[in-house]
Design a protein around this ligand. Structure first.
Ligand code: SDX
Length: 392
């Protein structure tokens, strides 16, 4: 894990890549950002600090972190004409679809191509993306709820602003709960990067054609939306609510998940890489207990989740396939306790993953990686003669 590895030269166009950002070991359940253990970062750092680490490679000094936040503040205003775009969506539009469109639309208002060789320009693009994406992400909720759109308050913290942008009404100031801010900070940190997952690989692939940063992030949002990926946190809550409505029998749904004739899968379980416990799930499960206790929330859904987990961990089908709870299994329970609407859960995943997408896009471009071009194994027809219409 500390020594350099060599990839065969063919890796360049095989879709795999070299990266210095995140190390994970699926067998051991290890996750590190720039060499730092996720457990330490979640416990001792805040989200902007970890965003700086993931993007620029080092933990910031106090001054660097303060400057980073000040520089983000330069770009927290979104062009008022963006409201014409969001007004074009029906209230029923899923927030992820709106967010992907708004992020791509940022290119129209910031057409300057990012010169990644120019550190100042790259830094400006990072701060612009961190500032505007958060505002647009909350506008998707405000639009669907019919509330007026809020503006970032540069006198308040990044995660505090998320809660204000989401819930502050013209009728009075939103009361910030430090327990909520601390829980969200930890959750965003745990989502910040995860090596070459589906949405990050999408951001790298789109960026490899030298498409802009906003367009690449927009593609990442779309990939994350899928229920097999970031959309799983919403699907977990919908599954737990279905179990609750059905009488709360977790084992009945465990049996459904094992039935090959039933397309039902246990959402929040399994992972392409972790064939052991997802280290993030362990931290989030502990945080769920703490946050619900601190907020005095007794959510029966949490008890159903714990029963489902206990049964699955003892079940031969799940054990033999190394199916453990992943990052999405418990995160939705915390979001629900914080009053976040279910269809916004994946938007919160995107807010957390944003620094990872930016970092990976930047690394790919600075490394001058070639345009992505995965190869294939052709399994179609060999050459055959043309068939005239009257012979088909
Ligand atoms: C994320 O890549 C990342 O890093 C992603 C992520 C990140 O931070 O970016 O970690 C975030 O996307 C987490 C995953 C969230 N998705 C879900 O929780 C959706 C439910 N999980 C599954 O759909 C599935 O586990 C995947 C998609 C996550 C992984 O699928 P794999 O590794 O391709 O596994 P598979 O589909 O090949 O399944 C292997 C076996 C199959 O049974 P057999 O054919 O061997 O009999 O396990 C079964 C599957 O049917 N299986 C499940 C299951 N997941 C796999 N059976 C029931 N429930 C499940 N959840």
């Amino acid at each position: 894990a500390t020594g350099a590895i060599t990839l065969d030269p063919g890796y360049k166009n095989s879709g795999s890549c070299q990266s210095k950002i995140t190390f994970l070991d699926g067998e051991e359940g290890i996750l590190r950002y720039r060499g730092y253990a996720i457990e330490d970062l979640a416990d001792k750092a805040n989200f902007l600090e970890v965003s700086y680490l993931v993007i620029f490679g080092e933990l910031p000094t106090k001054q660097q972190l303060a400057q980073f936040e000040t520089d983000i503040h330069k770009y927290t205003l979104v062009n008022e004409e963006m409201k014409n775009i969001i007004d074009g969506f029906p209230k029923t539009a899923h927030p992820m679809g709106v967010l992907s469109s708004l992020t791509s639309a940022l290119t129209a208002f910031n057409p300057k191509v990012v010169n990644v060789e120019n550190e100042k320009e790259m830094y400006e693009a990072v701060c612009k993306t961190m500032g505007k994406f958060l505002v647009l992400a909350t506008w998707t909720y405000r639009k669907s709820s019919g509330f007026p759109l809020n503006y970032y308050d540069n006198t308040k913290g990044y995660v505090e602003n998320f809660m204000r942008l989401m819930f502050e009404l013209p009728t009075g100031p939103y009361k910030i709960n430090p327990v909520v801010v601390n829980a969200l900070d930890k959750l965003f940190i745990l989502h910040a990067d995860h090596e070459q997952n589906c949405s990050t690989s999408t951001v790298r692939m789109v960026g490899s054609s030298h498409a802009g940063l906003f367009a690449s992030i927009s593609a990442g949002v779309s990939a994350l939306w899928g229920p097999l990926h970031g959309g799983a946190n919403q699907a977990v809550l919908e599954m737990l609510e279905e179990i609750q409505k059905d009488g709360g029998d977790a084992d009945k749904f465990l049996a459904k998940a094992k039935d090959k004739n039933d397309p039902f899968r246990l959402m929040g379980f399994g992972h392409r890489v972790y064939k052991n416990f997802d280290p993030r799930a362990k931290i989030i499960k502990k945080a769920a207990d703490e946050v619900l206790a601190e907020l005095g929330v007794n959510d029966p859904i949490l008890n159903i989740a714990k029963r489902l987990e206990e049964s699955a961990l003892q079940d031969e089908y799940f054990k033999s396939r190394n199916l453990y709870p992943n990052v999405d299994f418990y995160s939705g329970i915390i979001y629900r306790a914080l009053g976040i609407p279910t269809d916004m859960f994946t938007v919160l995943f995107a807010i957390g993953r944003l620094p990872g997408w930016i970092a990976q896009w930047k690394e790919m471009r600075v490394n001058k990686e070639p345009i992505g071009r995965p190869r294939q194994v052709y399994t179609g027809y060999a050459l055959r003669p043309f068939t005239e219409m009257n012979q088909r």
